[in-house]
Design a protein around this ligand. Structure first.
Ligand code: FAD
Length: 785
């Protein structure tokens, strides 16, 4: 056990003061907490244990006119044996007496019983052997391993799963996949649009860091989030007029955006949703930035970019194409004419590496964007591409598909260190491109129409701390004779458009911003995308555009919440396909055979609906499937009790909304003080039943508490609560609805028991629990006859 200090609080104020200073844990009965401390199951051990057992004002049972008040420190044995409780609230007395052993009931308090930690051996295992989701880890081991005693009602969202937290755009991937499982495509689209206005594009070109971290990869194969995103992205484009509408309310504000790449398009979309007037200034003939001009069409067809731009234009965003800010209009004049500016001009200048003869080479970016001398033709030529990143691979493949006879990629990095994604390199190799890793160019010499490139061996690329610091060995050389050398060694931002009329602060060739707010040093001017980060990715640019839109909206005095379509219901459990445990192979993506690949037709084909649906059904919808073990909780829910804390009074149901590392809504400096239970209506019958494996010292596999009011032989009102079967205790409203208005008999009790299992999702080993719920609910009802 780790060392901790001890505070023996004798008043509530003393305890709260101790709690407010942080890193403390409360000991009420002491039956559970000591074990937790001993097991060191939490990543952080509390520095202090505060004993509240001696706060006299917190114990005792008092009857008022229409309710009973039980102090939080009242012992379970007292509650179980109290005459008044036995008479008027028998369900509570039975629940208290069902807790573990007499010894534990003599120590345990009602407050402690309600606040006990969740039941799950992975969570409770000593020394963080299982660093589960609830502890801040990446997955819940119970999904694929032992899960006899885990939830049969789905999982609790205790933190963002790795797919979502690895997405730079923070897309709520599990939520939109769950809507696909419900075949609600419109809702899935709206959720995706919350974080990404151009999913048809990212579905094709995003590196999908989400998919690389999917928990399913350790079980069989990651879910093909990419394929599903593309499917929904295309659905959005097909239904753009419905899903990307003109805002209902227009504000009087005007915002100018400079640059129509993904950052600019994203900012425009979200600003428009706020109702602002948006004009995008773009120097090129077509909108889309690198999406239109840089990324090859065989990966991202131009018509997809045009349709995505068209959808945003359809919302009322104005595009001023062929307008070069800095030449046709100055930044200063835009600042005067608009209420706010967003700069997203990207990184379009080819970096120079300063070698002799560099002027004999062609910029890879110019090559891709078609900015080339007239009659430039690579057919039948030998090409050397300098660079090892994704852009270099795009340049190499494009050159090959343009008819180059031989294409070689030379880069400083070793094969393992090459910055291009592995699958991109594989594709280049498949298409016959040769690699020369660990070679650095030294000189380019023209010999007639031929170019001779001197390359020297690169020993290492990075220093001990990981900084780019290439070390070359001049004694090992190679001469490569080719017809064309294409440079793809990175891009930088062209900031010449800023001019001198504004003192915009720059840093290392980029616009300086506060990365939390996208604000520049000039009030009203925001910036984002590659011009603030250097060459990055489409999804990063989208995320920056979204953040900037929200900050610009605040800058303009707008309210925040109006743009949200979806707010997750923290009280509902996460659902998934109960067949998830079956090992499956991802539908994956279909790539054309090499012989059929071209420059302008897409290499990869998308999912059809059945494939998207099946793939979405492979998602675990990762959450925490631990269960709440309190026996008193369902009894209090059935009785409609109120929990009084040092800060508020809430219903027993509300009290158990789960949060990370918590099993109740209590804040760090908040304590339960009492429980108030209204007097049951005349004619109310109550029952509590618990199924456990051993008679003593055991948690419930299922506990059921019911309070039913019977009038004229029929159930007038019913409250049925269950616990031990989900991350929190809850009312089975579907079952209550079946019972109300009916007689208490075998048939109706059976139907009610069945209804109590609606929404169950068995894991691989806990299906039996569903049968127990059904039986216990039925028996509890029949005991009220
Ligand atoms: P950009 O997309 O560069 O857009 C900037 C826009 O501003 C351009 O339209 C430009 O014309 C305009 N502009 C610039 N200056 C002015 C001015 N003065 N006045 C008016 N307009 C101006 N990322 C991925 O995630 N996946 C990929 O597969 C991928 N492949 C790539 C392939 C290539 C060849 C390249 C070069 C990049 C690739 N990227 C990829 C990176 C990605 O394209 C960029 O990170 C992203 O486009 C940056 O978005 P942005 O909005 O900041 O800038």
């Amino acid at each position: 056990m780790k060392r901790f200090s001890y505070l023996n609080a004798t008043t509530l104020d003393e305890a709260i003061l101790g709690l407010a200073s942080g890193d403390s844990i409360v000991i009420a009965g002491g039956t559970d907490i000591i074990n937790i401390l001993k097991a060191r199951s939490q990543p952080r051990s509390p520095k202090r244990v505060i004993n509240i057992k001696n706060i006299s004002e917190l114990s005792g049972i008092k009857e008022d006119n229409d309710y009973i008040k039980i102090g939080a420190l009242t012992k379970l044995s007292e509650i179980g044996e109290d005459k008044l409780i036995r008479e008027k609230y028998p369900v509570l007395s039975q629940a208290a007496l069902a807790v573990a052993s007499p010894q534990i009931r003599n120590m345990g308090t009602i407050g402690g019983n309600l606040c006990q930690e969740t039941r799950c051996w992975y969570y409770r295992y000593p020394e963080n052997v299982f660093y589960c989701l609830r502890k801040g880890g990446k997955n819940c081991p119970a999904f694929t391993a032992e899960n006899h005693f885990h939830s049969v009602f789905g999982a609790a969202k205790v933190s963002d799963p790795p797919c979502q937290s690895n997405c730079p755009g923070g897309v709520n991937i599990p939520l939109y996949l769950s809507k696909i499982r419900e075949t609600k495509l419109e809702e899935a689209s709206k959720i995706l649009l919350e974080s990404n206005p151009i999913p048809a594009i990212t579905g094709r070109v995003c590196p999908h860091f989400c998919q690389q971290e999917c928990n399913r990869k350790d079980f069989d194969e990651s879910v093909s989030i990419r394929g599903i995103e593309r499917f929904i992205g295309d659905y959005i484009l097909d239904n753009a007029s419905k899903l990307m509408e003109i805002p209902k309310k227009e504000t009087k504000h005007h915002v100018a955006i400079i640059g129509s790449g993904p950052a600019g398009l994203s900012a425009a979309y979200y600003l428009r949703r706020f109702g602002h007037n948006v004009t995008i200034f773009e120097r090129a003939e077509r909108a889309g930035g690198m999406l239109y001009y840089g990324i090859p069409a065989y990966r991202l067809p131009r018509d997809i970019v045009e349709r995505a731009v068209g959808a945003i234009e359809g919302m009322g965003v104005k595009f001023r194409l062929k307008t070069f800010v800095g030449k046709d209009v100055s930044l200063g004049s835009l600042l005067k004419g608009f209420d706010s500016l967003f700069i997203s001009t990207g990184a379009w200048l080819q970096r120079s590496i300063g070698i002799e003869g560099e002027e004999l080479t062609v910029s890879g970016l110019s090559f891709l964007t078609g900015n080339l001398p007239p009659n430039y033709d690579l057919k039948g030529k030998r090409v050397l591409v300098i660079g090892g990143g994704n852009v270099a691979v795009d340049v190499g493949i494009t050159a090959k598909r343009l008819g180059a006879k031989e294409v070689t990629l030379a880069c400083l990095e070793s094969r393992e260190e090459m910055p291009a994604f592995k699958w991109e390199i594989e594709q280049a190799l498949q298409e016959g491109i040769m690699l020369m890793p660990s070679w650095g160019p030294k000189k380019v010499v023209a010999k007639g129409g031929i170019k001779s490139v001197e390359l020297v061996r690169c020993i290492s690329v990075f220093d001990e701390v990981g900084n780019f610091c290439p070390c070359l060995d001049d004694s090992i050389r190679e001469y490569k004779e080719v017809d064309e050398v294409l440079m793809a060694v990175g891009q930088k931002a062209d900031l010449s458009f800023i001019g001198n009329d504004l003192q915009l602060e720059l840093v290392k060739g980029l616009i300086l911003i506060d990365h939390k707010t996208q604000r520049t040093n000039i009030p009203g001017i925001f910036a984002g995308g590659d011009v603030t980060t250097g060459p990055a990715s489409v999804i990063q640019a989208i995320a920056a555009g979204k953040k900037a839109a929200s900050e610009i909206n605040s800058f303009l005095g707008g309210a925040e919440a109006t743009t949200k379509y979806f707010i997750e219901d923290s009280n509902s459990f996460l659902s998934f396909n109960p067949d998830y445990i079956r090992k499956t192979i991802s539908t994956g993506i279909r790539v054309k055979p090499i012989s059929e690949r071209s420059l302008n037709e897409e290499d990869i084909s998308g999912f059809i609906w059945e494939e998207a649906f099946e793939e979405a059904n492979r998602c675990f919808n990762c959450g925490c499937v631990s269960v709440n073990p309190s026996d008193l909780a369902p009894a209090l829910i059935a009785l409609g009790a109120r929990i009084k804390t040092t800060k508020r009074t809430v219903s027993a149901e509300e009290f158990f909304r789960v949060g990370v590392m918590k099993s109740t809504i209590l804040e760090d400096d908040e304590l339960v003080t009492a429980i108030e239970i209204p007097r049951p209506e005349e004619g109310t019958k109550q029952a509590f039943l618990k199924f456990r494996i051993r008679k003593t010292i055991d948690f419930p596999i299922v506990s059921v508490a019911i309070a039913i009011n019977i009038k004229a032989g029929k159930v007038n009102r019913a409250r049925i609560a269950i616990n031990g079967v989900a991350p929190l205790p809850f009312r089975v409203v579907s079952a209550e609805e079946v019972l109300v208005g009916r007689e208490v008999n075998e048939e109706n009790a059976e139907a009610t028991g069945k209804a109590a299992t609606i929404g169950t999702i068995a894991l691989s080993k806990n299906k039996y629990v569903i049968q127990i719920i059904k039986t216990l609910v039925k028996r509890a009802i029949l005991s009220c006859r």
